[in-house]
Design a protein around this ligand. Sequence first.
Ligand SMILES: Nc1nc2c(ncn2[C@@H]2O[C@H](COP(=O)(O)OP(=O)(O)OP(=O)(O)O)[C@@H](O)[C@H]2O)c(=O)[nH]1
Ligand SMILES: [Mg+2]
Length: 213
Amino acid sequence: MAGDATNLSDLDQDKYDADEQVKIICLGDSAVGKSNRPQQLSTYALTLYKYTTTINDKTVLVDFWDTAGQERFQSMHPSYYHKAHACIMVFDVQRKVTYKNLTNWYKELRECRPEIPCIVVANKIDADLKVTQRNFNFAKKQGLPLYFVSAADGTNVVKLFKDAIKLAISYKQDSSDFMDEVMRELENFELETKEDLSDKEDENSKEEKSKSS
Ligand SMILES: Nc1nc2c(ncn2[C@@H]2O[C@H](COP(=O)(O)OP(=O)(O)OP(=O)(O)O)[C@@H](O)[C@H]2O)c(=O)[nH]1
Ligand SMILES: [Mg+2]
């Protein structure tokens, strides 16, 4: 994948409010193959994989968030979920416990992000292709798409990331449509109540603005 970089400016999450920026998070137990790296000591708790793509003639910047280490505590810091537009939830078909733990990951995800699209990934299918015939009911039960993937030989990897990006963007557009609606309602509301506002309140709001800028 594209080069990764994690520095402080990457962690300013306000950028994800911009139309052309999406954030996709990866979840799952340790060593399921989220980063597809040979075993290594975790130097950084967080890695951002940056990816640029064009959708409907618009350039979209995608940040894939990936962790090392923190998932051993079976829980992520809330800032990891903050403003995420989609989630890729990975388990290892060779290790049943990683499949069982999806329940916990999914619960935590939904506490923080109740609505974002989520894809379930059964990884390492290269180790035993027969697993693709097995039923993994978790995904079906939750109404989530399930992808059989091998990060090692590349099976379904491109499709997975393309679809995750599409889902993230469509989620973002829907929610911004909804935001537009809310904003319009607020504008109308303001017109109706303007006369009631005293000068004092106007001063206060100016002060608030200069504080926050
Ligand atoms: N056979 C096989 N091995 C894989 C595959 N994907 C990853 N691995 C191996 O699984 C091990 C763990 O992979 P990682 O990518 O480090 O897993 P991770 O989920 O990022 O683990 P943490 O960073 O510790 O959370 C490594 O030895 C990888 O080489 C796969 O598709 N097939
Ligand atoms: Mg990793």
